[in-house]
Design a protein around this ligand. Sequence first.
Ligand code: NAD
Length: 318
Amino acid sequence: MLQITENQVQEIISMEMALSALREAYKECAEGKIYAGGRIFMPIRGQENVGQWLVANCTEKPYFGAKFSSVFPQNVPTLPSVISKVSLYSAVTGELQALIDANYLTAIKTGGSAAIVTDLMAKKDASKLGIIGSGLQAYSQALAIQEVRNITELYVYDVNPERVENFIYQIRKIQNHPYKIIASTTADECVAQSDIICTCTTSLTPVFSGSALKPGTHINAIGSFTSFMQELDEDTVMKSNKIITEHKEGFWDVAGDLIIPLNKGLISKDKLTGTVGEVLTRKISTRENDNEITLYESVGSGVLDIALSIEIYEKFNQ
Ligand SMILES: NC(=O)c1ccc[n+]([C@@H]2O[C@H](COP(=O)([O-])OP(=O)(O)OC[C@H]3O[C@@H](n4cnc5c(N)ncnc54)[C@H](O)[C@@H]3O)[C@@H](O)[C@H]2O)c1
């Protein structure tokens, strides 16, 4: 059994490789060549800290696997709030083939997936990116989305201004061209300036007001992954013309941003338009005009984690 460390993952993985592997995984998922099993979710000593297992199985490649993540929003300062590892198994012998550190892998997967969706759904001339939250997922959203649109301004807001300072410092090091980076004083100001919004927080309650959204905005909602977490207010969900997610398995158990308005009778389940794979394979359409508000409700996906892990494992073995 191989152990692949965070440093080794970082050496192997590139955004270009991730975008290609994730696009392929979405297509394979739409064709049933890889599918997600039910996720296991456990509150750990209260609602704030959770453990989560995401699983996926390939029907043609010889692999199945699981990603375990601990999400401890107020973790001790020396540790990240999300800690993840992938176990990759052989579908021929059932053996554990690799244990892969998956903090960076998760961030690149999450950013890469949002970039693929942004490329499909955002306006072609979208150039102003707004990010709410300034942790690891926020970083990977900027890293990935700058590859699919010509960003001219990046707005960032976080309840913790020190984290914003560090975020700006880190983004300056990885910008693919010298766009402006601006710290917004409120989340609504960040949203009002932006064509593309990414919410990447650990918040349990909405982080901006739907009334601040411009027509034509594309939103990547990354942070909420339980039935009781809501980063988006009901107004935002109700005014979204198209809502897509990674895959439908388990969606209505975990997508708090939609479950909360559903339970209030404000939307029905057909508010979910479909999956990223369905847009990529043209089973459903992308935005139809420059005024539509489009939403990618990301709840995490074992399919993407395992597909990217397979790519890393095979490259590591070459
Ligand atoms: N969709 C996915 O596939 C996926 C993958 C990985 C992580 N996540 C989730 O994304 C979230 C962020 O992860 P991370 O690793 O970046 O965490 P992190 O702890 O590094 O960063 C979260 C940031 O959110 C900020 N924040 C909290 N409440 C806020 C609010 N109301 N307004 C503005 N900022 C606020 C915090 O100050 C912090 O800087 C977590 O909930 C995590 O579980 C989702």
